[in-house]
Write a protein that binds this ligand. Structure first.
Ligand SMILES: [Zn+2]
Length: 390
């Protein structure tokens, strides 16, 4: 048998390979490939151009969508402003500016204070949106959902008595936000609406707006204010504050040294205590033949509605007999002259009934600290005057 030596075999194979490759009509195949490649390239370019066209078309469509809605809201603004401008007195605007803690946005609302009853709803209207934002960008939140809630459209609903803020922001521009002060009341009569509106308009001169903490309390210059306008939540139960009790004991001891007896008749009262007291008074007045509304009117002049009694603050005390006759006792005279030395004020003085909303109560003293008590004593003002809220 003849076996081809390896080197020849290799050569043969090599030669064969060479022949195969060299003899193959390479150009012919290449041309076809080129054509195919060219077609593929054209297809890709066409595809890219198509995508570009789609993108541009989309962008234009977005613009088209935005523009009409922009101009639509623009039209709304003009119409609304023209209509409401006449209806809004300028005083409202000033009130708003002084009572709302934060409003440096371009939102324009028809009002920035809302007063509602528990369970009642109200909605401030947005008259103008900041540039580049629309209605869909509105984001509403409540500073205290236990006092008032707000939905996505700005409907504010009262939950419990107190004061909180509803904040309107723009999702399109987060620097744009406006605060709406919300006062939630447990009950509201026609009479009270008038009295609550009065201090609000007077508050245009107030140097500092009230600051509320998380519990929905109103502090002005560090003084907790509880009156017919500013309530405290039903859940606020501080009991009689230690400082108030201690200072009262000092006062009582000093009076005793002069042979006078000053004692606590009523100190801290909870929301439910006040609820019972107020309603008992109403029943009493009705028994005297007064109608429901007349009974309320009478009782409101000497008793607080639940949630609006200063006794729920834990900072006041009714001394001795809760009776006009107390005013003629030497104890009352001593109290009027010396209470401020212990940090107390006669909370409802004679002649200030229209401001405090209460009859003269020589027995009701409120702890405010000696510095403020001294100032109030010397000025002859009542607390609302001192705090510039009434
Ligand atoms: Zn009292």
């Amino acid at each position: 048998m003849y076996v081809l030596p390896d080197k020849y075999r290799k050569g043969f194979i090599k030669m064969d390979n060479n022949r195969y490759s060299s003899n193959r009509p390479r150009r012919k195949v290449s041309r076809r490939t080129y054509r195919n490649r060219r077609l593929a390239a054209l297809a890709i370019i066409a595809f890219l151009v198509l995508i570009l066209i789609v993108l541009i078309a989309n962008a234009c469509a977005d613009d088209n969508e935005k523009k009409p809605s922009d101009s639509k809201s623009g039209t709304t603004i003009t119409t609304t402003t023209t209509v409401t401008d006449e209806a809004i007195p300028t005083t409202v605007t000033t009130t708003v500016a002084s009572t709302v803690p934060k409003n440096d946005s371009d939102f324009k609302l028809d009002r920035q204070t809302i007063s509602i009853m528990v369970g009642e709803s109200d909605m401030p209207r947005v008259l103008e949106y900041p540039d580049g934002t629309v209605e869909d960008d509105e984001r509403w939140t409540s500073s205290d959902k236990e006092i008032a809630t707000v939905d996505d459209y700005g409907h504010i609903t009262g939950v419990a008595p107190g004061v909180c803020y509803v904040i309107l922001k723009s999702a399109a521009d987060l620097s744009q936000e406006v605060w709406i002060k919300v006062t939630v009341r447990s009950e509201l009569s026609d009479d009270e609406t008038t009295t609550t509106n009065m201090p609000q308009s007077n508050r245009t001169e107030a140097p500092a707006p009230p600051v509320h903490d998380t519990e929905g309390l109103t502090y002005i210059n560090g003084v907790l204010l509880v009156n017919k306008q500013y309530g405290v939540p039903a859940t606020f139960e501080p009991k009689l504050e230690q400082i108030c009790y201690d200072k009262f004991n000092e006062l009582s001891t000093a009076a005793a040294k002069e042979g006078l007896s000053i004692y606590i008749s009523s100190g801290y009262r909870s929301y439910s205590d006040q609820d019972r007291i107020y309603n008992n008074y109403i029943e009493d007045e009705k028994k005297k033949g007064n109608s429901e509304s007349r009974a309320k009117e009478i009782v409101d002049s000497y008793s607080a509605r639940p949630g609006y009694s200063e006794h729920q603050s834990g900072l006041c005390i009714d001394v001795n007999t809760i009776d006009d006759a107390f005013g003629y006792t030497p104890e009352a005279a001593w109290l009027a002259e010396h209470a401020h030395e212990y940090g107390f004020i006669i909370r409802y003085p004679l002649g200030k009934e229209d401001i405090t909303g209460y009859q003269y109560e020589p027995w009701h003293i409120r702890y405010v600290g000696s510095k403020i008590a001294d100032k109030i004593y010397k000025s002859g003002q009542c607390l609302e005057e001192y705090l510039n809220v009434g």
